[in-house]
Design a protein around this ligand. Sequence first.
Ligand code: PMP
Length: 386
Amino acid sequence: MQYASWMEATGEGFISEILKAAQDPNMISFAGGLPAPELFPDQALQRCFQRVFEEQGKSSLQYAQTAGHPQLRQWLAQQHQRNGKPVEAEEIVVTTGSQQGLSLLAQTFLDPGDVVFVETPTYLGAIQAFQGFRAQLMTIPCDEQGIIPEELETMLKQVTPKFLYLIPNYQNPSGKIMGLERRIALLKVAQAYDLLLVEDNPYGELRFEGERYPNLIDLGDQVIYLGTFSKVLAPGLRVGYVVANPDIINHLCQTKEGVDLHSNNLTQRAVLEFLNEGLLPGHILKLCTLYKERREAMVQAIEKYLGDDVDMIIPSGGLFLWARFKKINNSFDYVQETIRQNVLYVPGALFYPDGRVTSEVRLNYSCSTPETIEEGVRRLARAVRV
Ligand code: PMP
């Protein structure tokens, strides 16, 4: 079969291998990015869906507006500001998860060969979305707070990208957070070079400790913001959204029309019911308490079983811990051995679009109990010492 050429560049073969291995009931998987299913508010959501059926049955089953359910857009607009000004509902499009937001941005902005700047490392799903439209991804050097503004400026003097994609809060995969001064410095560079920023923020609410910083979109004009209910409610709902100026939203809607007409009407209304009941803040608190405990368990297990063999970035929120093995060269080489030991991680190389070799790994702690985490890290230590 003659597939599009970009398909050869995807790491899909490897991901499906990991997903297949994760089916084994004896496997401990740190490879996914799954929220803890035991905290899904299934009963509250059932009540919300039920109420939508009872009160808005027929209209919730009808085709609906491409930009999303008007009251949900209104609710979302009230949660945000853009460059210090209130956001209007017309500055929101509801998407089928924020992954669709990434894909719509790619389809709307990118011609083949266009350059997109990304963090080093960056989210695999974004690499896939952008490469799907044949973008050329260029990595910007990062430190412990993410993108280094001076490095960005140096790059901007040489290349003009369509946009810079970044995850300022509890980044996937590195768990890093960008401080306030860094955010301001970055926006200053963006403004000077008329650079569009795409701010992806699925994890910002999952804060265990430390300060809450304003979003980039709160502070600057040239920002497109991606939000989602996947990590704070449930990913299976597939409800995300984009905040941008009305012109960009109109263009994204034009693209979305050709993709799926609109996101699931019934689900958008049920999510709105959940939000209107005021249930989200309490739910997020529960998530933070549980994930903090699990983050703690993973840090302790790494210190106990891997000790000086690894450097790690201890995340202050989110779902992932990023670690570097000091005594091996390539974490890809140990995947088969870890599968034999019944534990899974994602090798760091998958998060670098420049194809580099690395001994880093991404470990997810949100969907395993502290006991399972300890056992998993014990197995991991055994695998990398073989
Ligand atoms: N962006 C980032 C950084 C993510 O980690 C994820 C999910 N893993 C997504 C976007 C997509 O999330 P969803 O489509 O479920 O909203």
